[in-house]
Design a protein around this ligand. Structure first.
Ligand SMILES: Nc1ncnc2c1ncn2[C@@H]1O[C@H](COP(=O)(O)OP(=O)(O)OP(=O)(O)O)[C@@H](O)[C@H]1O
Ligand SMILES: [Mg+2]
Length: 258
């Protein structure tokens, strides 16, 4: 049975596009048919994160306005044949997308792909609200800070209003030694504050940005963020993968760091 997932956050810049792209790649590596949808209209970026920006011809708005067929707007990933992208438009805004048209597109995609993962725009405006009815589940992405947590609470309230299942949580940009020193909330503390199940956390990792500069996705590099996203993908698929415990590591001289 195909599933549509909405990757949302409330607060901007917390890593929704990074999580969408990485989960899409991790699923495709496991031979799952997966389509990433960029619903951040006017601020297209998923094509860049997936390094597919040179291939964009048509976009989601062209399809919604019936100016092109869905199949012509879909782009295949150059290395992972199971991964496709429906890019956002560079013009307009998320409000330009009619909710009913979006739902029609998602229903069509679900006939072709096992997983349809939509990267939502930041904020709580109509742009996000239009996407909720067509989404079976939601992945909530937060950074471990009070602002991101408060904004995520608003997304949870919206999902409740629409009677959607409780989202799963990904805590991004976790600095493990700050957690150990009690300078940052632990991923489980964030999950408890929001009262949502923790799917996993992704550490702050310079490889995410350096891969982007090389026009690669960090999932192609063996780095802590890619390993974390891989574990998240396994749990997403229902496998039991223990959550790494963040604690001081023992060195020859005693306890040092996470
Ligand atoms: N775990 C991480 N370690 C280091 N950098 C990261 C990590 N996650 C995300 N970033 C960086 O943070 C920035 C914001 O990430 P991203 O674009 O995925 O956020 P977003 O929630 O989609 O933003 P927006 O709300 O603007 O769409 C990017 O430059 C990305 O490379
Ligand atoms: Mg984004």
């Amino acid at each position: 049975m195909s599933q549509s997932w909405l990757v949302a956050s409330g607060k901007g810049g917390v890593g929704k596009s990074m999580v969408t792209a990485a989960l899409g790649m991790a699923l495709a590596k496991r031979k799952m048919q997966c389509c990433c949808v960029d619903a951040d209209l006017g601020l297209r970026d998923l094509d860049m994160v997936l390094n597919m920006h040179n291939k964009v011809v048509y976009d989601m708005l062209d399809v919604a306005r019936k100016e092109c067929k869905l199949k012509y707007a879909l782009i295949n990933h150059p290395q992972y044949g199971n991964l496709s992208l429906l890019p956002a438009s560079q013009n307009g805004s998320s409000k330009s997308l009619d909710g009913a048209e979006y739902s029609r597109i998602i229903e069509k995609l679900k006939k072709r792909f096992a997983y349809v993962i939509t990267d939502a725009p930041a904020g709580l405006e109509r742009g996000l609200r239009n996407l909720i009815p067509a989404s079976d589940h939601c992945l909530l992405v937060v950074t471990p800070d009070d602002v991101a947590i408060r904004d995520a609470e608003r997304v949870l309230a919206l999902m409740d209003e629409e009677q959607k299942p409780r989202p799963l949580l990904v805590v991004n940009r976790v600095v493990e030694d700050m957690v150990v020193k009690d300078e940052m909330y632990s991923p489980q503390t964030v999950a408890n504050a929001l009262d949502v199940p923790l799917l996993g956390y992704v550490p702050e990792d310079r490889a995410v940005l350096s891969a982007m500069k090389r026009h690669e996705c960090f999932m192609e590099v063996d780095c802590p963020a890619a390993q974390a996203m891989d574990r998240i993908c396994q749990r997403f698929l229902g496998e039991f993968v223990p959550m790494p415990v963040i604690r001081k590591k023992r060195s020859f001289f005693g306890w040092v760091q996470a």
